[in-house]
Design a protein around this ligand. Sequence first.
Ligand code: BGC
Length: 814
Amino acid sequence: MAGTPGTSPADQAREAAVEAALGKLDLDAKARLLSGQDVWSLPALPEIGLRSLVMSDGPIGVRGVRWGADDPSIALPSPTALAATWDPELARRAGVLLAQEARRKGVHVLLAPTVNLHRSPLGGRHFEAYSEDPYLTGAIGAGYVSGVQSGGVGTTVKHFVANDAETDRLTVNNLVGERALRELYLAPFEMIVENARPWGIMTAYNTVNGTTMTEHHHLVNEVLRGEWGFDGYNVSDWTAARSTVADIEGGLDVAMPGPQTVYGAPLAQAVRDGRVEETTVDTAVRNVLRLAARVGALESVEPAVTEPPRTVDGEALAREIARRAFVLVRNENNALPLKPGTVALIGAAAREARVLGGGSATVFPSRIVSPLDGLTAALPEGSLSYAVGADPDTELAVADKGFELRAVCRDADGTVIGTRGASGGQIQWTDSDFPDGVTHTNLHTIELTGTFTPSAAGTHTFGIKGTGSFTLTVDGTTHYDDIQRPADDGDPFDAFFGGPAPHAQPELTAGEPVEVSLTHVVDLPEDAPFKVVTFALAHQEPQRDADELIAEAVEAARGADTAVVVVATTERVESEGFDRKNLDLPGRQDELVRAVAAANPNTVVVVNSGSPVELPWRDEVAAVLLSWFPGQEGGAALADVLTGAYEPGGRLPTTWGSLADAPVTQVVPEDGELPYTEDLFIGYRAWEKAGRTPSYPFGHGLGYTDWTYESVEIDGTTAKVRVRNSGQRAGREVVQVYLARSEAGPDRPARWLAGFAAVEAGPGESAEAVVELPRRAFEVWDEATDSWSLVKGSYEIQVSRSITDRRLTATINV
Ligand code: BGC
């Protein structure tokens, strides 16, 4: 029923408690509740027994209110990896683990999942969203939301809607046709609302068809709440709320972060001035109180979940998801699994694994298993060698190995007012998280101070990430004493996501510690929208000659039975706040792969990226395994799969191809507008329409066994597919069902994903995959009547291993 919360006795009890609490609040308290009290939380209202509601990013872990390595979190594989499992039940289990993490960290609401679509491969936050297909995105997202909420923790499905790229993300006006909006971009949100009843939604920074999303009365009040019956809370993306009246009337319940927002005192004033009805404020407060009641932050009533699920082993789950997500896109002559023999492991990312994407999705795991760690543990002693080959990271990284640092806070007189250990060189403190005795009024400087013991002799580079006034001293010499200025695109998160600048290049001796100090003058204006101190000491090891490194790797490859090259993107390539300029692997990694492949025909390439990159050498190597950002246990999972202890389970959730062939590449607005001119045709829909062949199609992925598709039987709108494991070992197969239409009718893609199901079978055994085909797969959005319309007639059912690998067909008439 549209707009009404659940009707079970427990739901009714919570609704009654919400009404009772609302009735006790005066206008000022109500307006205050809708405005962040700091970066991550809402104010407590003790007079109604309401605790402070705490939110946290998401999606691969729960960071908590502390933003640093001193409060670690389990880091699961990237969302693209989760989608590559094509397994909503595994997504649900990921959610259960995240609820457990949230409870451990005192978090009530997770700011996840991200269900925007992979409209263009250039989207910078691609790794953080699931897929180019709305159905797959909705199915994985619904699994994730059910899992988190089964643990009594809220979710915030984001970013509603059409936040599919990052360029000018705060202001871009995305012009999206009504059918594309309904059939593509809104579809995952709708599916999740229908199947998993999320307790929250986040409205995006961007504008859609002329109205900024935090003020979008039509899409929020009429579509999301009215048509779909969403009864959760609606929070702005961080700093996205810009107008008191338009936001509250557009259905925005909560403006984050605080303390300076357009709600709170300005909202109470708007009611007093007669510009906003108090009943409109009441509606928003009700939504927040309902959330509080569900998560157990409203004392007067039982939460939605009284018995949290059984404890989950986070490390084991991270490892399981990673190996289930790895997509084996090429495996000539069964190069994988590895045969007994020697292995030359090559690549900077094999040692310094890139396990997660950058930006607000960052969490800090307590350990990272690199491919080198994983393979060292799994392979017989003496059979593994390692060479860097080529380092894609030309930039300095946050100071880490060899550093012993602490943070010292001083007031304006230079008196020490507090200290805190700093396990890495990064400071990212909100004002609710300053060391004891430190407040944003008495804090004047923070000094990161301690020692660095080099492991290698040579020219070390030191630098600074962040904006404002800094003094950098290494080994008694002051190398920098000046102001670093922000980039001028106005993104409030530049200071978090911008790159470090190099400032000192001393010659150091291996094993001899030197003193390092970085002092930052903290400047937190009273009227800053949110109060976070963020900066980092950055460092880079002495750089070796690049030709020499490649030559060394080639030698190692030549002498081994198998060469395993790990190639990767960097944080400059895949993060938040900017889009990608190309799909190239950074640095000299393509050259490295070609040189190694020429020296050893048995070369296996592991691609460590969250989203598509070009693989120009793909036909010159024996095997290509896409590992995504594999999470903290990625190296262990990689060893599981390379050795054959497990098969790689993933199928592509997004088409991989070259940028020159990619059909949708426009992500840069012109005059503030980004027209989605491709309309209904993104991802595989667009590749097929353009008649272009990608490197690897949507749905593709090999395991370690073979499958024969024996029969398909249609029963109503259910497809029953019998498949047989015709290979030598047990395996898991994802049976995909696409629909195609040959009769005249509304414009539709050549085929589209209608459903999928996975089966497991031992060698020689058969299994039946039962795939339900939802009514929506046969419908289109009718712009004339503003409603869904069933397109009657005959459809071909294509039972496939990928969009292009069709195994069986049948016909269905609706
Ligand atoms: C991101 C959101 C995130 C928020 C809080 C924003 O920049 O777009 O996804 O939840 O920051 O970190």
